[in-house]
Ligand binder design. Structure first.
Ligand SMILES: [Zn+2]
Length: 114
């Protein structure tokens, strides 16, 4: 089962403290099967390009605090820079950002290490 999380989904999950497993559980079976077959996914923003393997910079904000995670392995749109992350990467990124916000950081820039 392969899941890709959009930038929008990842930011909302972080804000609301929702984990990867909760989302996977909530998506109906038919939709999961459909997604799996839809291998060449078009960009959700510009609808023009198909995502390619690349690196993304993921920016989270909470009040006035910001956490920036660089060099995150992602599927990136060559036209607008929109990206999706797979489930494992999303899990790691959410853990990093939770940890950074939990210690009361104002601005933190990190490099993703798989
Ligand atoms: Zn795009």
């Amino acid at each position: 089962m392969k899941f890709e999380f959009t930038r929008h989904a990842i930011l909302r999950m972080s804000e609301r403290g929702i984990g990867v497993d909760e989302v996977v559980y909530a998506v109906p079976i038919e939709q999961r099967l459909f997604r799996e077959e839809d291998s060449a996914m078009k960009c959700v923003i510009c609808k023009e390009r198909v995502y390619r393997q690349g690196l993304a910079t993921v920016v989270f904000t909470k009040g006035e605090a910001a956490v920036i995670i660089k060099a995150v392995p992602a599927q990136v749109c060559g036209q607008c820079g929109e990206y999706t992350l797979d489930a494992e990467t999303t899990r790691s990124v959410l853990a990093m950002v939770d940890e950074a916000f939990a210690k009361g950081t104002e601005v933190e820039i990190r490099r993703f290490a798989a």
